[in-house]
Design a protein around this ligand. Structure first.
Ligand code: GBH
Length: 436
């Protein structure tokens, strides 16, 4: 239930927004080169409904309509991603150039993410060189758009891209390397650091990263469960945060990393201006149970030193993810406690849920609860400067295809008709009230 208590007031200047990503909404696949996701979705059995993102929301051809939806929603900012394969295509930056101009004309601040999983198909994160190529991509984008932008995001969720894409094979490029995927983590982190340097060399910007985090709860007090949960927590909450914020890998991970990483860590720890957190749900983790387990649509091999369990006693979304707003407060307080002064101001760069239907009261309940939970963390002293809902539009939900709807706006994928859901109206009212 949405509580009837008034929504607490957020500080003036707090940045309210929504997020999307290029591969999930753009379509116009023939106007750019292939990405690893095009290759992956062409393989039978990879995507639940057999779909691809060749058309998706056809956003490249309909961005005016989508900018109008953003303007009417009244968000301060729009987080989108720049497709690396599109930037490499002839005239590919023209699209982002127009998008940025249209957003600014509509009074919405553009916040680009420079990589959201759609790696050009001829590149490979197992190769260190890909980090250098990424820095060149960043240079090209900032040379074209940097005169009109202030806020940038280097990478989206390198943790998920490593784990799901290279360790477990559920996402592109579909590798099942388990711990041999760790170089993919290191090279993305290096790419992040090189991107920060490239941006700093190009102008005065407000730079962040969007990492995926969530509290990890042990399945029981048993030593084996606590240790397994601690390990999972290191992978999800420290592996991509410690190097960026502290300049070192967490204990136990450092010796698994490729070669001598000391010099790279100096680059990776290049100071950033704010830290983005994508939060969806907490995870319950216990000792390995043997055999292959399936959880949240992800098959996990038994060789992993942990197993993910159900969280009971909470409602779940259509994805099966538990709805636990107070875990967002817990997460933010834990980050604040762990990193102290080393943690720059935080922005929630994604938060949202999959539900069907236009009258999406479950989504309103989810978002309302999480916005309040965020405010509680701020009252407890965590410096949070913004909140972005995932997502503006229903879109291509990776391995789930079009079967999971995260949008504030419904998209009919046959007609491309956009219809605002009840949650769009709720967010719109919240933004007005906060400014009024
Ligand atoms: C994000 O990833 C992506 O950035 C975005 O592209 C995507 O569309 C969006 O989220 C929605 O999926 O099984 O209960 O332990 C989110 C990564 C990984 C977050 C799995 C939730 C599992 C919760 N997610 N995690 S649970």
């Amino acid at each position: 239930m949405v509580t009837t208590n008034p929504m607490p007031r957020f500080p003036a200047g707090f940045l309210w927004g929504v997020s999307t990503s290029a591969h999930q909404i753009e379509g116009a696949a023939d106007e750019r080169g292939p990405s690893v996701w095009d290759v992956f979705t062409a393989q039978p059995g990879r995507v639940r409904d057999g779909s691809t993102a060749a058309v998706a929301c056809d956003h490249v051809h309909r961005h005016r309509e989508d900018v109008a939806l953003l303007a009417d929603l009244g968000v301060d900012a729009y987080r989108f991603s720049v497709s690396w394969p599109r930037v490499r295509a002839e005239g590919g930056l023209d699209f982002y150039d127009r998008l940025v101009d249209d957003l600014l004309a509509a009074g919405v601040r553009p916040v680009p993410t420079l990589f959201h999983w759609d790696l050009p198909a001829d590149l490979d994160w197992l190769e260190r060189d890909t980090a250098e190529r990424f820095a060149e991509h960043v240079e090209r984008v900032v040379a074209r758009l940097g005169d009109r932008l202030t806020k940038w995001i280097t990478l989206n969720e390198p943790a998920e891209h490593t784990l799901l894409g290279h360790a477990l094979g559920v996402h592109a490029p579909g590798r099942t390397l388990l711990f041999d995927a760790l170089p993919v983590a290191h090279h993305q982190l290096l790419a992040h650091g090189l991107a920060v340097r490239a941006l700093r060399a190009a102008g005065t910007f407000d730079i962040g990263i969007a990492n995926s985090h969530g509290p990890t709860w042990p399945a029981s007090d048993d030593e084996a469960d606590v240790a397994a949960a601690g390990f999972y927590d290191t992978l999800l909450n420290r592996l991509f945060a410690d190097p960026v914020l502290l300049g070192r890998y967490p204990e136990g991970i450092d010796e698994l990393m490729p070669g001598d990483v000391e010099a790279d860590l100096k680059i990776i720890a290049e100071p950033i201006d704010w830290y983005g957190i994508n939060y969806y749900a907490p995870t319950r983790v216990g000792a390995p149970q043997g055999g292959e387990i399936e959880f949240g649509g992800v098959r996990m091999p038994a060789e992993l030193p942990f197993s993910v369990r159900e969280i009971e006693g909470h409602p779940v979304t259509d994805f099966g993810w538990p709805v636990v707003p107070e875990a967002l407060t817990e997460l933010l307080e834990a980050f604040h406690g762990r990193y102290g002064d080393r943690l720059p101001p935080v922005v929630i760069t994604e938060n949202g849920c999959a539900y069907e239907g236009l009258d999406d009261t479950d989504r309103i309940t989810y978002l309302d609860g999480h916005v309040r939970a965020l405010h509680r963390a701020m009252e407890a002293g965590v410096d949070v400067r913004g909140y972005f809902v995932w997502s503006l539009l229903d879109n291509f939900e990776w391995a789930e295809g079009y079967g999971r709807r995260f949008g504030l706006v419904h998209v009919d994928f046959d007609t491309q008709r956009r219809t605002p859901k009840a949650s769009y109206g709720w967010y719109r009212a919240l933004l007005r009230e906060q400014r009024g």
